[in-house]
Design a protein around this ligand. Structure first.
Ligand SMILES: Cc1ncc(COP(=O)(O)O)c(C=O)c1O
Length: 378
């Protein structure tokens, strides 16, 4: 029987927001994790240039693969052959391919709870079993080596995300090395979702590519490169899996858009513009962290990366979906309910994405302050 998947509840909140906008209300979209900035200017210019001259056939750009190989050599010293890089239509298909490359139906794969909703749903859709490891504020909402060691029997695999969605927390370098060691010792295959790399507020996040040549690495142009709708990402596989990875890409997705590959190559060298976005996120993060106590939101883990605040609203509600609905209807500030990321505790959490302009974050804070002050436990 096909798996029944939960819908993404933030979409229903977003639909309300769009309805309010159509009625003339001023809405601030903080529900989805997507930059509001668009692709770098030079990448857009390159796309304009090639549009008139390129037949836009099925294509995997060798130049882009070579650029990605160089990126790993420069950032983590990993030596990767170009054929190990599979260009995909974003991290989402890369994740599907990684899971189907590594695991049989029935495989048990550990994921953090809270975590990105698609991990659980991809595993279910592929007839695999998510093994949710509850991760609280003490572990900064991340899987630890000890937690992975304690899963009995050992899971077949684990998906790591550092920085993570919905919390933005990063696994410290020494803990990451311990997790890799546990995976090796227990025969656990590792998938590292590195989609938020490049967006960190302290030390850069460490790629697992530099620690474990057998790990599968997922990445994308959707976040740091601000190109979510261009649908471009990549999967790094060990040499032994290259043939099967290419076979899966060819059969399931063919190629990512040609236009996006041309633009993505240029985007790699638009560092000044992209670092400008990260500087905006850093300012937004500081503003929100300073304002949260005034909203009565004390129990949060300050994000080390990505662009999310994951906040405990348990003193106000046990129904995060209804809470986010009320918040958007009353203030126009649109956020994501915690149930999208944690089916157990998520009723008392919500997530704010601060990948918007700083004036919008300031406006959202100004609207939320009186609203939160007036809230009583429902
Ligand atoms: C942790 C994580 N992985 C993967 C994705 C999917 O991204 P893409 O747009 O590259 O498919 C997202 C999107 O929000 C995400 O947050």
């Amino acid at each position: 029987m096909p798996a029944i998947l939960e819908p993404f509840h933030a979409i229903s909140i977003s639909t309300i927001a769009h309805r309010l906008k159509a009625e003339g209300r001023d809405v601030i979209h903080m529900e989805f994790g997507q930059p509001s900035t668009g692709a770098p200017a030079a990448a857009i210019a390159a796309a304009h240039r090639v549009l008139d001259n390129d037949p836009m056939g099925y294509w995997q750009s060798d130049a882009l693969k070579a650029r990605i190989v160089r990126h790993y050599a420069e950032t983590c010293g990993a030596t990767i052959a170009p054929e190990q890089v599979i260009l995909t239509n974003g991290a989402s298909p890369a994740l599907v391919m990684a899971l189907s490359l590594l695991f049989d139906p029935g495989a048990r794969v550990a994921i953090a709870r809270p975590g990105y909703v698609a991990y659980r749903n991809n595993l279910l859709a592929l007839f695999m079993e998510p093994v949710e490891l509850p991760c609280g504020p003490d572990e900064r909402y991340q899987i630890t080596a000890a937690a992975l060691e304690a899963v009995d029997p050992a899971p077949d695999g684990v998906i790591l995300a550092s920085p993570a969605n919905p919390t933005g927390t990063v696994i410290a370098a020494d803990e990451l090395a311990r997790i890799v060691a546990v995976c090796k010792a227990r025969g656990i295959r590792l998938v590292s979702d590195e989609i938020y790399h490049g967006i960190t507020y302290g030390e850069p996040a460490l790629s697992v590519a530099g620690l474990d040549p057998e790990a599968l690495i997922v990445n994308s142009f959707s976040k740091y490169f601000s190109m979510a709708g261009w649908r471009l990402g990549w999967l790094i596989v060990p040499p032994a899996l290259v043939t099967q990875a290419m076979a899966r890409m060819g059969n399931l997705f063919l190629t990512p858009p040609s236009l996006a590959q041309h633009a993505g190559l240029i985007a790699f060298d638009c560092r000044d513009e992209l670092e400008g976005h990260v500087a905006t996120y850093a300012r937004n993060r500081d503003l929100l962290l300073a304002a949260l106590p005034e909203l009565g939101l004390q129990r949060i883990a300050p994000p080390d990366g990505a662009f999310y605040i994951w906040a405990d609203i348990g003193h106000l509600t046990d129904d995060s979906l209804a809470f986010c609905e009320r918040l958007v209807r009353d203030t126009g500030v649109c956020t994501a309910p915690g149930i999208d990321f944690d089916p157990v505790e998520g009723r008392r959490y919500f997530r704010m994405s601060f990948a918007v302009s700083t004036p919008l974050v300031e406006e959202a804070i100004a609207r939320m302050k009186p609203w939160f002050a007036a809230q009583k436990k429902d």
